[in-house]
Design a protein around this ligand. Structure first.
Ligand code: PAF
Length: 291
């Protein structure tokens, strides 16, 4: 079968706020129509649009969900102030050639007696899983529910949230969810700062200092490319770059195996060097793949 013809960019985007409304549209597509899916929490930036662009290359229809998922935020996190520029998100989706935006209401999506959750054991013990208890249970639950509603052939996730992407990949494999998972490289500003919806919280000074994250990661990756395999040496390079940028706090700096996301002393196979640090009150994450 040849490549699907993506819809022209000028087409109107459908907007659905109810599961029934979306399902009626989805069920009206031809049985062999391919749907690519980019789940988001909105506040779209070029990183999200890259997911859309990848989806449009391979699928006839691209669906974006916009839903700030309460289940994945801890009590002291930024759920209530998370940016929600919905009209702008719809405009960006329309311009990017998205066929449908699914933006459910939290009360419909999680009815008051909702009590079913999904968890991938093991991969959530380190990195963000250790710092944000319950976060990945919330992510897995919402994403599995979205997969059941959206019914995509392919789903697109950013490498910036590498632990999320690898956990969801395992969920799809373990539970035989019938779709292909695609991990799309991180999109960065010219300064190297990884794009994130949370970057809007940063003051100009914090934003400048936060470029140390990518600088440190790239320096460590260069050392890895020259043959350095000691996790202590690689994390040390990253740590000293970040410390010199005066973050409010470093949450973690870890070199882990891509297979099980466990810290390793010596990197022997495909690995990830990952960091989470606070600039002001804003927690930023970033990573590079070493493979
Ligand atoms: O990466 C995100 O924006 C969210 O974790 C996701 C995958 C949309 C689930 O709420």
């Amino acid at each position: 079968m040849g490549r699907p013809t993506p819809r022209p960019r000028s087409d109107a985007v459908e907007i659905f706020t109810s599961i029934e409304g979306y399902r009626a549209w989805r069920n009206g597509l031809a049985p062999d129509a391919t749907v690519g899916f980019a789940p988001t929490m909105g506040a779209l930036h070029p990183g999200h649009l890259r997911l859309v662009a990848e989806s449009r290359k391979a699928n006839a229809f691209t669906v974006v969900s916009v839903f700030v998922n309460p289940l994945q935020f801890g009590p002291a996190e930024d759920f209530s102030r998370y940016p929600r520029p919905f009209d702008e998100d719809v405009r960006l989706c329309r311009e990017a050639g998205v066929a449908a935006v699914f933006a459910p209401e939290a009360a419909d999506f999680y009815p008051p007696d909702f009590s079913s959750y999904c968890e991938v054991e093991g991969l959530d013990e380190f990195l963000d899983g250790a710092s944000r208890p319950g976060h990945f249970r919330g992510v897995c639950t919402v994403v599995l529910k979205l997969f059941n509603i959206v019914k995509p052939r392919r789903a697109y996730f950013g490498q910036k949230d590498i632990q999320q992407a690898l956990i969801l990949k395992k969920l799809v494999r373990d539970l035989s969810v019938d779709l292909e998972m695609q991990i799309v490289p991180t999109v960065r500003e010219a300064t190297g700062l990884a794009l994130s919806s949370r970057n809007v919280y940063l003051t100009p000074d914090e934003k400048t200092r936060a470029t140390a994250l990518s600088r440190g990661l790239f320096l460590a990756r260069e050392a890895w490319a020259r043959g350095e395999r000691s996790a202590r040496a690689l994390t040390g390079i990253l740590r000293s770059e970040i410390e010199s940028s005066r973050p409010a706090r470093i949450d973690y700096i870890e070199a882990v195996s891509q297979a099980d996301l466990r810290p390793a002393e010596t990197l022997s196979g495909p690995s990830v060097l990952a960091v989470a640090a606070f600039y002001g009150k804003t927690r930023l994450i970033d990573n590079v793949l070493l493979d």
